[in-house]
Design a protein around this ligand. Structure first.
Ligand code: ZN
Length: 128
């Protein structure tokens, strides 16, 4: 079977008022050092606005890592930075969304269509 081409992730992503530069780095990079000496697959700092993702992950792991970091950024944007249990909550949301996107692509196409139409009509998605 032919190997799938590498994913093309955007070089910059916008989350709320912030723009994060997406950088792929060696898994042993210091940018991926965890809090307790562990090595992470993804990491970010809103200052200076960078998100790091370990190279060498398979496609699904890479997608999971990118989404995981996006969810962290969403929480940071909402001023919920580093609350107790954040890793577990972000992990659960990420796994659930990835599974849903895999199993129910029609749901996500419909969601995207609604968001596009709302944006076209000049309406923002309400943050509750
Ligand atoms: Zn995390």
């Amino acid at each position: 079977m032919a190997k799938a081409p590498p994913m093309r992730w955007p070089k910059r992503i916008r989350i709320g008022y912030r723009t994060l530069r997406v950088r792929f780095v060696n898994p042993s990079s210091a940018a991926l050092d965890g809090r307790n000496g562990s090595q992470c697959l993804g990491s970010q700092k809103t200052q200076p606005g960078e998100m790091w993702v370990a190279t060498g992950q398979d496609r699904e792991e890479e997608a999971n890592t990118v989404l995981h970091e996006v969810i962290h950024a969403v929480l940071k944007n909402a001023a919920h930075d580093g609350f107790e249990g954040e890793e577990r909550i972000v992990g659960a949301i990420t796994a659930g969304l990835c599974q849903s996107m895999q199993d129910d692509p029609q749901l996500w196409r419909a969601m995207r269509q609604v968001i596009r139409l709302s944006k076209k009509a000049g309406r923002e998605i309400e943050v509750r």
